[in-house]
Design a binder for this molecule. Structure first.
Ligand SMILES: C[S@@+](CC[C@H](N)C(=O)[O-])C[C@H]1O[C@@H](n2cnc3c(N)ncnc32)[C@H](O)[C@@H]1O
Length: 231
């Protein structure tokens, strides 16, 4: 059963302990715990332990959608498509081990922010310790619940739409549409071109496609701007 979300405030005073201890001391802007995505299946409960374990691992793999973190080549190529010289509120979907967030934090201006949505509680261990980062442990389907009416300047998504349940992808697409500012960019990487039509339908314009070979597996980058497409 899904636990109710908890919001914990940052406590930047205690920097003496290690990263894990600091996390335990709520060393985050906002940390929403254990909220499962609406359209996602609950992990298997009860029944034979081995089958449950297999089901859980399969569910985890499907949500994770890859075997390795993105390479620095993919991260740089993708983020190179944004103008980090300007202040911006960036939304990042899918955190993993934080390779994108680390580079975003390195590039962005002191007045910029990055808000991250990640469902997998194991990723919490890699959280990037920076006051400009807001980490929300919840599905990207729930952006409106956490930031009602907020429009982000740009969105960087690493969600594995090809392996997520279709309904989860559709829910996230409508959240992206609702929370991306006019003229803001959506950057998304995928290992195939299957999401191309979805993104074209979402914004009413053809995404630019880039490709990075030096990634496991090699990845396509979709770059689409939110014009005045029909809602
Ligand atoms: C392909 S991995 C990318 C991880 C990392 N950003 C990278 O590039 O190495 C996708 C990440 O999205 C997360 N994820 C999957 N479904 C999600 C959802 N509905 N909301 C938020 N995060 C999700 C997974 O747990 C996983 O960490």
């Amino acid at each position: 059963m899904a636990a109710s979300p908890r919001i914990q405030k940052s406590n930047k005073q205690d920097n003496s302990a290690g990263r894990q201890d600091r996390l335990a001391e709520f060393d985050l802007h906002i940390f929403v715990l254990n909220e499962r995505g609406k359209g996602d299946k609950p992990l298997a409960q009860g029944g034979a332990p081995v089958l449950n374990d297999v089901a859980n691992r399969f569910d985890w793999l499907r949500r994770r959608g890859t075997i390795a973190p993105s390479s620095r080549f993919l991260v740089r190529r993708m983020l190179g498509r944004l103008d980090f010289s300007r202040d911006m509120d960036l939304l990042q979907l899918g955190f993993g081990t934080g390779v994108f967030t680390e580079e975003i934090v390195r590039r962005m201006t002191p007045r910029s922010t990055v808000t991250v949505f990640e469902v997998d509680e194991r990723c919490r261990a890699h959280v990037v310790d920076d006051l400009r980062v807001t980490y929300v442990e919840a599905s990207a389907e729930t952006i409106s619940e956490h930031f009602p009416g907020k429009r982000f300047d740009n969105i960087v998504s690493t969600l594995p739409f090809a392996s997520l349940p279709r309904q989860v992808s559709l829910n996230v697409f409508s959240q992206i549409r609702a929370h991306l500012a006019t003229n803001g960019k959506l950057l998304q990487f995928q290992y195939s071109l299957v999401s191309r039509n979805d993104l074209r339908d979402l914004f009413g314009s053809e995404p630019e496609i880039d490709f990075e070979l030096r990634n496991l597996p090699p990845a396509f980058i979709y770059d689409v701007r939110n014009g005045e497409a029909p809602v």
